[in-house]
Design a protein. Structure first.
Length: 547
């Protein structure tokens, strides 16, 4: 006979699907006890067919087995049923139709059981060779068209279709053959890797401004599965982690990778003995075969890369019982701390005596912590990259100036400088402007000299203007046959950088003082707050070039 026991906690009943009428007829080995039947059918042993479908991944790794059990039988009117006299109009037909209702209502009296339970096919006499499915689930019920032999008053044919994943049968024909159940109860499992080059996101090798610019890459790993409920031997309960999504989640967890530079050597179901797998995610290939596709990023490469910016996203489809995890990493050289965005612009003007170079750089820190860390190291790494790059900014600017055809000397002291920190974004931004100005005073940011010459060559005449009363032509102008002294005014303007005190402006003005001249005025101004210094000197001397 075939018996189905519902997976419900309160008053679980064993339902008969043909093969008997009175449970006491089966003796001590009967799976049924007196009064233990709730519904079901009495009648001859039904016909059944069982198919086993092996569930595999696309590449053939075994996941588990799915069993489909088709049961078809003939239900008889129970002998103890009253009012089934064939001579009375409609009584037999009424009772047969009642068997149809039993089939239509099969397992509907206890909806929380979700049509799931234990399905047992027992041979006559209660033998040991039972075919047993612990997690059978009713998929469909069919009542076919009645035949002429039945006449609608004799019997009622029916067919059930069950699905199961855990077959726990025991037999003694060939000895008790043990069956290893799948570790995870899965309907499907998928795992995908993807490696792509990042456009516009690069870094400087070893963070040095004078070194090579290297590419970065994005590596994506997606693991997803659809689980199947795993029932406990206790009615009305699932095994620990027996929910469908937990079965999927546990398998997904077994396939997660934290460091893609480490070789994966287990197949999708965790086997590392019989069908050992070898896959190096960072190279997207078997170890040692990376050059086939043009990627050679792993630990054996000339410039080894490692994974940063680990981001994990998790999704769970409740209705489907599925679970999915997607991990992404940024792959970059193992000694760098940030990606770099560097822009250098040059400027020259006919109205300006200086040429200028501006360097704008943004250091975007990459996270060296894994996604399960509550903190991030992005800002710390951006700051580290900036601290290394800072000392090489002028070298980068000077090389760019020379490459653009510059012929003057670029001043190593920046004309202007700004620095922006964003801890939340994990970035440090730098802007520096250099020009070709000349500075001779140590610590000076800017330095300028203005020279004002008067009568340098004695061209100015000294004349006497004599007014004459009544002279219509005006005063008499008389040339004194001499000239004025030559005059030189020296103005020095210096702006000092922070940390420097008052400069000595004479270090600049001394080289412009005339030989044999006489100082008629000397004044200095110094503002320690603005660090602005001004020197003014006035000199008089004999004009040059006179005989």
């Amino acid at each position: 006979m075939i018996i189905f026991e519902q997976h419900i906690e309160e008053n679980p009943k064993k339902l008969l699907i043909g093969g008997g009428s009175d449970p006491t007829l089966f003796g001590a080995n009967s799976p049924l006890d007196e009064g233990d039947v709730e519904g079901g059918f009495v009648g001859p042993f039904p016909k059944y067919s069982i198919s086993r479908e092996n569930i595999t991944t696309g590449e053939g790794t075994y996941i588990g087995s799915k069993f489909t059990i088709n049961i078809s039988g003939t239900a008889l009117i129970k002998s103890e049923e009253p009012n089934q006299d064939i001579t009375e109009a409609g009584e037999r037909q009424n009772k047969v139709q009642g068997e149809s209702i039993i089939a239509l209502h099969f397992l509907r009296s206890q909806f929380p059981s979700q049509n799931a339970g234990r399905l047992t096919i027992t041979p006559y006499g209660g033998g040991n060779n039972e075919i047993d499915f612990r997690d059978a689930r009713l998929l469909s019920v069919e009542l076919p068209e009645q035949t002429e032999e039945e006449l609608g008053v004799q019997t009622r044919e029916f067919s059930f279709v069950f699905e199961a994943y855990e077959e726990i049968s025991e037999g003694d024909n060939l000895g008790n053959v043990g069956v290893t159940q799948a570790t995870y109860r899965l309907a499907s499992a998928e795992e995908n890797w993807e490696l792509s080059e990042n456009e516009g996101e690069m870094h400087l090798q070893d963070n040095e401004a004078t070194n090579n610019i290297l590419k970065t890459y994005t590596l994506t790993h997606t693991v997803s599965a659809t689980g199947i409920k795993k029932y406990s031997t206790t009615a009305g309960e699932l095994e620990q982690d027996g929910e469908a999504f937990r079965q999927a989640a546990q398998w997904v967890q077994s396939r997660l990778v934290y460091d893609p530079a480490v070789e994966v050597f287990q197949d999708m179901m965790g086997d590392d003995q019989f069908f050992r797998s070898r896959f190096l995610p960072i190279d997207m290939n078997s170890p040692g075969s990376s050059s086939e596709f043009g990627f050679d990023l792993g630990p054996d490469a000339d410039i080894p890369y490692r994974a940063y910016n680990h981001v994990r996203s998790i999704s769970h489809d409740v209705a489907a019982g599925s679970y999915s995890v997607t991990d992404t990493w940024v792959l970059s050289q193992e000694t760098f701390f940030a990606t770099h965005d560097i822009e250098i612009s040059s400027e020259s003007s006919a109205t300006s005596p200086f040429e200028s170079i501006t360097v704008n750089a943004t250091f975007k820190g990459i996270d060296s912590a894994y996604s399960d860390s509550k903190a991030t190291t992005k800002y710390e790494n951006a700051l580290s990259a900036y601290s290394i790059f800072e000392d090489t900014v002028f070298a980068l600017a000077n090389q760019a100036y020379l490459d653009s055809g510059g012929i003057q000397n670029l001043n190593p002291s920046p004309l202007s400088s700004s620095l922006t920190h964003s801890k939340t974004a994990g970035t440090v931004s730098l802007s520096r402007n250099y020009d070709t100005r000349t500075v001779t005073i140590e610590g000076a940011a800017t330095e300028s000299v203005s020279l004002n010459y008067q009568n340098q060559t004695g061209f100015v005449d000294v004349i006497a203007v004599i007014p004459i009363i009544g002279r219509l032509q005006g005063p008499i102008i008389q040339d004194m046959q001499t000239t004025e002294t030559a005059k030189l005014t020296i103005s020095v303007d210096i702006t000092m950088m922070p940390g420097y005190g008052k400069p000595n402006g004479e270090d600049v003005s001394a080289q412009y003082r005339p030989n044999g001249g006489y100082c008629r005025n000397f004044s200095e101004q110094w503002n320690p707050n603005t660090r602005v210094y001004t020197l003014n000197e006035s000199w008089e001397y004999e004009p040059e070039g006179l005989m």
